[in-house]
Ligand binder design. Structure first.
Ligand code: TYD
Length: 212
């Protein structure tokens, strides 16, 4: 995969967090705010976002399928490779702002810290899928595994293959995310147990620092 140059104005923002963190709600608020400021905004969600990626998503989340950790990581990166090539790179090349609901940090947190695959292996496979394309800013919405469990149960969800993992798994994922954020200035941690408006205000503050 070729590494391409982008216009200076390129802006690629990913949204991360454990289930029920409110990252998708936050992404919708950021999308509205950026559109109101006149930006062209392209949104995507992983796994999925292309016809091949949506097919992978079905396999990935199907509770009745047995998928081992390495297979899981390869599946997600097959979807990611297609999304980067067909959606993200073309959008950035024409100067759009790209918002992505989960990206490489999800693989590091879930397959690396959660499933205990080597982080080096996960990074290598992600790099092959993305050609090295990383977000300019990552908004990590942090909540406790207990809040996650309560929110997921309250919305009647909790039935896909990943949601069925226990508390120990989700605790490792959350701690993995925080560890990644500790080492990467690109990742901004937002305290997610507040009202959605308060999280959105904090996100817009982080964003204007990067967009300025
Ligand atoms: P989804 O229903 O989109 O959940 P959410 O609303 O929490 O994003 O399911 C995506 C699931 O896939 C989620 O449990 C996290 C998992 N996942 C990984 O394990 N690794 C990855 O690299 C990605 C992108 C997602």
């Amino acid at each position: 995969m070729l590494r391409e140059a982008y216009p200076e104005a390129r802006m690629f923002i990913s949204f991360e967090g454990i289930e029920g963190s409110g990252k998708s709600t936050l992404m919708a608020s950021v999308e509205r705010a950026l559109r109101a400021e006149g930006h062209e905004v392209v949104t995507a969600r992983e796994p999925g976002g292309t016809p091949a990626g949506d097919a992978v998503r079905k396999i990935f989340l199907e509770p009745d399928l047995s998928v081992n950790a390495v297979a899981e990581m390869l599946l997600i990166n097959a979807s990611r490779s297609q999304l980067v090539a067909d959606v993200i790179r073309p959008a950035l090349a024409r100067g759009a702002v790209v918002l992505c609901d989960r990206y490489v940090d999800s693989s590091l947190a879930y397959q690396g810290y959660g499933r205990k695959l080597s982080l080096e292996l996960v990074r290598t496979v992600c790099d092959a899928a993305t050609g090295g394309l990383m977000p300019d800013l990552t908004l990590l919405v942090d909540i406790s595994p207990r809040t996650s469990h309560e929110r997921v149960s309250a919305r009647g969800a909790g039935h896909d293959r990943m949601e069925q993992e226990g508390e120990a798994f989700h605790t490792r994922v959350r701690e993995g995310y925080l560890e990644l954020a500790h080492h990467e200035p690109r990742i901004v941690v937002l305290e997610g147990e507040r009202a959605p408006e308060a999280v959105a205000d904090a996100a817009m503050a982080a964003l204007s620092a990067v967009l300025a």
